[in-house]
Design a protein around this ligand. Sequence first.
Ligand SMILES: [Zn+2]
Ligand SMILES: [Zn+2]
Length: 241
Amino acid sequence: MWVRICLPRRIDPRPCHPLYSLHMFMSNILHSINMNAYRGTIYRARPLRLTMIVSPLKGLTMRIQEHVKLSTTAAVVALPWLKQDVWIPLLASIGIDIDHYLWHAVTHRTLSLRAAARYFGQADPPQLPQAKFLHHPIVLGSLFFIALRLRSRFLFLILAGLLFHVSLDVIHISQMKGLKKSLSQQAQYHCPECGKAEAALQLHTLHFANNLLERYAPRHFMVLCPACHEKAHQDAGQAER
Ligand SMILES: [Zn+2]
Ligand SMILES: [Zn+2]
């Protein structure tokens, strides 16, 4: 599907005109989301594949579809107790990762999901705590005290969902650390791709197993030096295009 984005090149209503403030308001919004860059250009609107959305978080946290699977399973187990409220922790557990997107939108001044996917899809994306602020113990602790103070079942259920998600991330990170250590030792701290000696090899996922029991099988991973890892991600990105 081809889409032409046509934005007015210049609107010049008089400052006293009511349209002027609307125009200023709209221009500020358009400027802030970098729409000016697309003014009058033609681009191909491609369907956004699910992989583009879920890939940003690989390595950094557990992938979104894995969170969806595990959180839904937990919700089914909790259904007899929570009944119609079960969707509250479920949505909180799945929605918490929106903090990555929000952080990227604010710091890079773009609402583009594709740009966020590219940023977090780098071989070794910067691990900034502010990019995952909703996962932070201070936010979770504050929510706990507010929930306690207001005696709000709703807030407690949100907190339960967030804590479930964060616990999954903790397990994921410890599994990935263990894999990196054992595979680095196996490779004797040399990159298997280029042979370079490297003290800090990076863990690269070759295959995301659908079966969660197979998820951390060592055969689905390899260690690479930072340069070869970056190249592997670039090649994978090109293959997707
Ligand atoms: Zn290498
Ligand atoms: Zn990788």
